[in-house]
Design a protein around this ligand. Structure first.
Ligand SMILES: [Zn+2]
Ligand SMILES: [Zn+2]
Length: 541
């Protein structure tokens, strides 16, 4: 049994445990274990058989027992039982239609419906109202959702890393290519799509319907189907004849406006040939938002990045030491890394006092001695207090190589106050970069009311950079903002805000987000050598 399949089953188990109202820690533990298994290069089934699977992070005795059962029998009996009892198909469907999981399970139980057709039938017959807890309002809402056609969208966008994994797994299983919002690296994808080439669409669509990620198919035509996951996320699959695959992929990738402006598309087996036949230069998927037919600029590439300027260690809420983070950065081929732990005002996690910062200096000096010529910078992610002052005194900041300023608490301020708060921080002579400038957390917290134009102009005047934060639930700045920053001429830093060695890998998200903002290597500060970066701004001293 492959690692991906094992991870799928653990994730399915986790989501059903959640549905069944089990201890939330248990569900989280299964999700974490699934993540570990997915990232493990060695075959996990063999580790299980050899009794060594507990050597993997996050796998304890109870998960080991489940894994043994899965590897030996091909299933987890309790999972199959939960699947029968909880009707994940209807749960996925319900969530897609805007119903809570509990409601969906209640409907499944009370009316004995499992599929979309059965649900439609029950709804048409007026039986929904007979389910305890479902009144005319929810009934009307559900009827309206059931009538909605042709535009499969989730209730809200999902995190890009989850979307990429979902679409990537489905594409791999069907031998197709990821398309839709994910291929354009949209920050919170809504349209998840896979394009396949196949002479036998019936069997491709049948395989799609049977994938473990897909709990129900909500729409099926000759060469197209839409399925939903247990979380209610719709995924579309289009199946083209091989000689039209390029055309199908292009159509399934671009925004409707982008594609419409290129229509009618000629048929071709690959995308390059479609563009060629149109007489339009090939366009990177990240730029396929608005109509565009010209030659695209040479966008930033991941190999242009020479260092990471925002990461955490065990000194605050990171999971690795200074040396571990530095070595990992060096292994990525970087020349430098900035250690930027939190300051006390961040609150929820440990923050460094002036004293801590000075003690950390010794550890950083030791790492520099070990790893030279690689450079570990003494940095800080310093909170911007509500009044615009910074959370550490200037004499401490003056010692540091790289100061990131961040708004964490008190984000509900009105626009004028928030802008003044950020502005005041940027005027501090030691600040080098504004972290996650809008403060949004995808699906959890909206963007701060901050005047970015004003921020850009101050940043430009004082040689301060703005960050593209690569945490998949931040991606802040996002593409549109990057484009404005590029136009304003402000320096942009691509940083992962990594809290672990693995987190450094999120540089891909920074780079792709910057590409969505049309950034070239010249627009990004950490494509430069360290001496040029540090020469940009000297402390007032
Ligand atoms: Zn932060
Ligand atoms: Zn941070």
């Amino acid at each position: 049994m492959e690692n991906a399949r094992i991870a799928d089953r653990l994730e399915a188990f986790a989501s059903l445990l959640e549905l069944a109202d089990a201890n939330p820690y248990t569900a989280r533990a299964y999700n974490r274990a699934a993540g570990t298994i997915r990232a493990t290069p060695a075959p996990v089934a063999e580790l299980v058989r050899a009794g060594r699977v507990r050597e993997l992070r996050g796998i304890g005795p109870s998960i080991e027992t489940r894994l043994r059962e899965l590897v030996e029998t091909g299933e987890i009996a309790e999972l199959s039982e939960l699947e029968r009892e909880l009707a994940p198909g209807l749960v996925g469907l319900g969530r897609y239609l805007g119903l809570g999981a509990k409601r969906a399970v209640e409907i499944a139980r009370a009316l004995d419906v499992r599929t979309l057709d059965e649900l439609r039938e029950a709804a048409a017959a007026g039986r929904l109202r007979t389910v305890p807890g479902i009144g005319p309002k929810i009934e009307a809402q559900l009827l309206e959702a059931l009538a909605r056609e042709g535009d499969p969208r989730p209730q809200h966008g999902i995190a890009l890393n989850r979307a990429r994994e979902l679409v990537g797994t489905i594409a791999a299983a069907l031998g197709g290519e990821p398309a839709g919002d994910v291929r354009r690296w949209r920050d919170a994808p809504e349209l998840l799509a896979v394009a396949c080439a196949s002479a036998d669409p019936v069997s491709t669509l049948a395989r799609f319907a049977e994938l473990p990620q897909i709990v129900a198919v909500i729409d099926e035509q000759d060469r197209r189907a839409v399925g939903v996951t247990v979380d209610g996320v719709p995924v579309e699959v289009v199946v083209a004849e091989a000689e039209r695959f390029g055309t199908a992929l292009l159509r399934a990738t671009g925004s409707p406006a982008y594609v419409a402006a290129l229509e009618p598309l000629p048929d071709a087996a690959d995308e390059a040939a479609v563009y060629q036949a149109l007489g339009v230069p090939w366009c990177p998927p990240e730029l396929r938002e608005s109509p565009f037919r010209d030659a695209p600029p040479a966008l930033l590439e991941i190999d242009d990045i020479r260092g990471d300027l925002h990461c955490h260690t065990t000194w605050s809420d990171g999971r690795a030491s200074v040396e571990e983070m530095a070595r990992a950065a060096q292994e990525r081929g970087y020349d430098y890394i900035a250690i930027c732990d939190h300051t006390p005002a961040v609150g929820a996690v440990p923050g460094l006092t002036a004293d801590d910062v000075r003690r950390q200096a010794e550890e950083i000096a030791a790492a520099n001695e070990l790893l030279a010529p690689f450079r570990v910078l003494r940095g800080i992610e310093c909170d911007i207090l509500p009044d615009g002052r910074l959370d550490l005194p200037d004499d401490v900041l003056a010692e540091l190589d790289w100061v990131q300023a961040s708004v964490h608490g008190g984000q509900r301020m009105p626009r004028r106050e928030m802008t003044k708060r950020v502005e005041a921080a940027l005027l501090n002579p030691y600040v080098r970069c504004l972290s996650h400038p809008t403060g949004r957390i995808i699906n959890r917290r909206p963007e701060n009311a901050v005047d970015l134009e004003r921020v850009y102009s101050i940043a430009l005047e004082h040689g301060i950079a703005v960050e593209v934060n690569g945490l998949p639930d931040r991606l802040d700045l996002r593409g549109e903002h990057v484009r404005d920053a590029v136009r304003a001429g402000v320096a942009i830093v691509c940083s992962t805000d990594a809290h672990s060695v693995r987190g450094l890998g999120n540089m891909t998200y920074c780079v792709q987000t910057a590409r969505r903002g049309w950034a070239t290597s010249a627009d990004i500060l950490n494509t430069q050598k360290l001496s040029s970066i540090l020469a940009r701004r000297r402390g007032a001293g």
